[in-house]
Design a binder for this molecule. Structure first.
Ligand code: NCD
Length: 315
């Protein structure tokens, strides 16, 4: 069944993820054309509601929308009536009354994307809610792994770092699991949620052992802005035990890929030189972000008729 919203990975399930990954292959082909733009979403309007900072997510959504010829309604929290105390509900109702087909929302509070359908008929796309979910990041990560390693099923994916505050980790665990991967979390106890007993993962505190036979090493940023207390004795100690140092990266099996959602704290969770190594795919993740977000917008807003078999648009 086609879902109306992408608020969390479970709005899609395995079938939805697979559909978006195959649509992404189509949009990858579009991105290689001399003019990487199609009229697939002409006449559709998308509003961006970013209540939290963002560089790559916002830019890649905006680029994706432009390449699909959609119109966008820009909303900047710092210059909007939010600063005059307008509530989320009033903002959403106002944007909605102007006629939007989708709202892409990022908010520091968990659950905001699930509230929005009460106030609008638009499709909701979660671009990150608090420390909860970030489903489009996990879709672009699935696409990147599939392209680099030929598939996700059966792969050993080691997610390292600040799991407790990471919406990327939560969405990725759901998506990687749905696609049949084996997941290992490596973090100090203080950077894990209190209860992980229902999570379909293995947990370890030994980075060197866990990464020795990994297919994917997924490094997470230390989310210092979400940490209200000291979770590690010192950042230097954290880097020693849980950082992807150059020495660790050079010892990895040849086929292992290194990922990071960005922004990176170079020198903390990942050594400065590591993203430049041949098996680091951090910039591939960024380029794939545009392609996958085109697929996401098309999946929710396209009629299905605009893309022909040979990949050319009918219009
Ligand atoms: C992530 C986020 O905002 O959750 N970044 C991103 O979207 N690329 C991860 C992070 O901030 O560490």
């Amino acid at each position: 069944m086609k879902s109306k919203h992408i608020r969390g990975v479970n709005d899609l399930g395995k079938d939805g993820i697979q559909e978006i990954l195959s649509l992404s292959d189509h949009f990858f082909e579009v991105s290689t054309r001399r003019i990487p733009k199609v009229p697939a979403l002409r006449g559709r309007t998308i509003a961006w509601l970013f209540y939290e900072n963002s560089t790559r997510t916002r830019l890649s959504f905006e680029t994706a929308a432009k390449r699909l010829s959609a119109d966008s309604m820009n909303f900047s929290v710092s210059s909007s009536s939010v600063k005059k105390g307008e509530s989320l509900r009033d903002t959403v109702e106002t944007v909605s009354a102007m006629g939007v087909d989708a709202i892409v929302v990022r908010h520091s509070s968990t659950g905001v994307p699930w509230l929005l359908p009460k106030w609008t008929d638009a499709s909701i796309i979660n671009a990150g809610d608090g420390a909860h979910e970030h489903p489009t990041q996990s879709l672009l990560d699935c696409y990147t792994i599939q392209k680099q390693l030929g598939g996700i099923e059966g792969k050993k994916i080691v997610i390292v770092g600040d799991i407790k505050h990471s919406r990327v980790a939560r969405s990725n665990i759901l998506a990687f699991k749905a696609m049949g991967a084996e997941i290992v979390l490596v973090a100090p106890r203080t950077l894990l949620p209190v209860d992980t007993s229902t999570w379909p993962v293995e947990i370890s505190e030994n980075l060197d052992e866990s990464i020795s036979d990994a297919d994917v090493i997924y490094m997470l940023r230390m989310q210092l802005e979400r940490q209200k207390e000291a979770f590690v004795p010192s950042l230097r100690e954290y880097t020693n035990d849980f950082g992807l140092t150059l020495e660790r990266a050079q010892k990895l099996p040849k086929h292992t890929i290194i990922m990071h959602p960005g922004p990176m704290n170079r020198g903390v969770e990942i050594a400065s030189e590591v993203p430049e190594l041949g098996n680091a795919v951090v910039t591939n993740q960024v380029s794939n972000g545009v392609i996958v977000r085109m697929a996401v917008l098309y999946f929710l807003l396209g009629s299905g008729a605009e893309l022909s078999e040979d990949g050319n648009d009918n219009e």
